[in-house]
Design a protein around this ligand. Structure first.
Ligand code: ADP
Length: 258
């Protein structure tokens, strides 16, 4: 708390009392701290792949290039790290666009059957590389209003997470239904789950339960922060239930019209 004080005098300059103004600056401090943490996190996230790209390039120029196998191995790492950088920059730009208050959603009538087709093709391909089965269950003929490109990103991010955090031969499912004036999009997986003490933090920017695991799957740590923004811009909500070693379920609840 910040306090500013001043004496109060009457007409004949006698001291009558004092005025004290108390400013509760905890909220301001918290916002400022979050901003600082964010900048530090971004710098760290950018630094790691850059250091590695630089290091491996230098080693190649210093002679490692002559060993063909080593050369290939190093170039693979350079490619992987630059892909990470690209994903990170893309997610950061997306997040900053979403955080601008003038964010304009392109609202259209969405036919869920069509909306889902493009998504499942992309996801099935990815799932098959880990022999993961994707089950899709749709209530027939659902339509609602929303920004189709942004909502596609929501569903894709949740499904890709489902794949990333599920072991080989697991299952993921996408279930879309309606409940009164809500559309419910449910993404479940039979994966590693999220420990109870971490659940309330997973929507924070750069929060990861297991940093190494997220890095290995090419995660930026921003996916769920982006998802939450888009859902809230649609006046919707996102909920999560999870059990370690059993799996997780993310439920997006969107109003059909707003
Ligand atoms: P990342 O790029 O690390 O996947 P996200 O923002 O998408 O970033 O998710 C944040 C963290 O939440 C992940 O690092 C992971 O620890 C956890 N998480 C997200 N989805 C799942 C899931 N389906 N199963 C288990 N953990 C998950």
């Amino acid at each position: 708390i910040e306090v500013v004080g001043a004496p109060v005098f009457n007409d004949v300059k006698e001291l009558k009392g004092a005025v004290l103004v108390f400013h509760d600056i905890t909220e301001l401090k918290r916002v400022e701290q979050m901003r600082k943490d964010f900048v530090a996190n971004v710098s760290h996230e950018l630094k790691t792949p850059i250091t590695s790209i630089r290091g491996f390039s230098e080693t190649l120029l210093d002679g490692a290039m002559e060993d063909e196998q080593l050369c290939k191995q190093f170039i693979d790492i350079i490619l992987k790290e630059s892909t990470r950088l690209q994903a990170l920059v893309q997610d950061l730009l997306e997040l900053s666009k979403l955080e601008k208050e003038e964010l304009q959603l392109t609202r259209k009538l969405i036919h869920v059957d069509e909306f889902i087709k493009g998504i499942t093709t992309l996801v099935e391909q990815q799932a098959s590389t880990k022999s993961i089965t994707l089950d899709v269950k749709l209530e027939e003929g659902i339509t609602f209003y929303g920004d189709p490109d942004r909502l596609q990103q929501v569903v894709l991010n949740l499904l890709y997470n489902g794949i990333n955090y599920t072991l080989e031969n697991g299952r993921i499912s996408l279930d879309i239904s309606t409940d009164k004036n809500l559309v419910l999009i449910k993404v479940s997986d039979s994966g590693i789950g999220i420990p109870e003490e971490s659940i309330h933090r997973i929507f924070e920017r750069f929060y990861r339960v297991d940093r190494a695991r997220s890095r290995n799957t090419g995660g930026t740590g921003l996916g769920l922060a982006i998802v939450k923004h888009i859902v809230e811009a649609h006046k919707g909500k996102i909920e999560v239930e999870s059990e370690v070693n059993k799996g997780s379920t993310f439920t997006v609840k969107l109003p059909k019209e707003w």
